[in-house]
Design a protein around this ligand. Structure first.
Ligand code: MN
Length: 289
């Protein structure tokens, strides 16, 4: 059955590293499991051979997306100009990598570090986020890379925790190549339900992460995916839908710690990914026209 959304999978389902052997394995497994898109975390992209990865993606007929958060010492939501500057540099480097890979999206917590903040976002910090992301969006124009603001929960950021927060931020940035990215795992913690945020965003929704409430097997937790997929159908969402799941079985040293991946929720990434693809396509094909 033809689905109207590209279906993606996060590379951490397959491998923790970004060296050539890991990239080749991730691309082969993504293709074999029937996905259209592979999402790379750029937390640790120092080993990533961009040109080679792009060629392998093209040979496999796969699309790519990139995601990342910033760091406490390189954070554009800070009040400290030196910290903001380091964060902006990281973002511009990440945009170059995303464009080099031919990625459709650079998304995630582009607006702050991944981590538990000790205080609310300041007005000056928010103004820094707006100014830096406006410059990044202008630079992204012409690269083919769309920027996403992923709505993350309170334990990972203090900048945007709800779809409405993200919409306000996107409005203030004021560039039409900046979209909002919803993740069902985070929505479960912060939103009133799984439908209203989707309807509130409408055409401003540009990227989706599907994850269970514990980030393990889809359907093994308590999230109301039926309502969520119906809401996507209601707004006519055609953007990427990427399966995101983490287990202590596959570790990326920086990212896994930032995301508090302490538990073993699965061992067999191939079984997990095939199951998730079936789960997502079954839900999508059942959405009322
Ligand atoms: Mn996510």
């Amino acid at each position: 059955m033809d689905l109207r959304n590209p279906l993606g999978v996060h590379a951490l389902v397959w491998v923790g590293g970004t060296g050539p052997a890991d990239v080749t394995a991730a691309i082969g497994k993504t293709k074999a499991a029937g996905y259209d898109l592979l999402e790379f975390s750029l937390h640790d992209s120092i080993n990533l051979d961009v040109a080679r990865t792009r060629a392998e993606l093209e040979a496999a007929g796969l699309r790519a997306a990139c995601s990342r958060g910033l760091a406490m010492d390189a954070d554009i939501s800070s009040d400290d100009p030196a910290v903001v500057e380091r964060g902006e540099k990281l973002l511009h480097e990440s945009l170059r990598v995303a464009a080099g890979l031919g990625a459709s999206h650079l998304t995630g917590a582009l607006y702050s570090a991944f981590g538990s903040y000790a205080r609310p976002l300041s007005a000056a910090g928010r103004a820094n986020v707006v100014a830096v992301l406006r410059r990044l969006a202008k630079e992204a124009r012409g690269t083919g890379v769309t920027l996403g603001l992923e709505v993350c929960n309170r334990y990972e950021t203090n900048v945007v925790n709800t779809a409405r927060d993200a919409l306000r931020l996107a409005d203030d940035i004021g560039e039409d190549n900046v979209v909002v990215h919803l993740d069902t795992y985070h929505m479960n913690i912060e939103e009133n339900d799984m439908v209203r945020p989707v309807l509130d965003l409408g055409e401003r929704l540009g990227y989706v992460h599907i994850g269970e409430n514990h980030r393990g097997y889809l359907g093994s937790g308590h999230l109301d995916f039926t309502s969520f997929f119906h809401a996507l159908g209601q707004i006519g969402y055609t953007g990427p839908i990427t399966f995101e799941s983490f287990s202590s079985a596959v570790v990326a040293p920086g990212l896994s710690a930032d995301l508090s991946i302490w538990r073993n929720l699965w061992d067999d990434g191939e079984h997990l990914a095939r199951h998730a693809r079936d789960f997502i396509s079954t839900h999508l094909s059942a959405v009322p026209a």
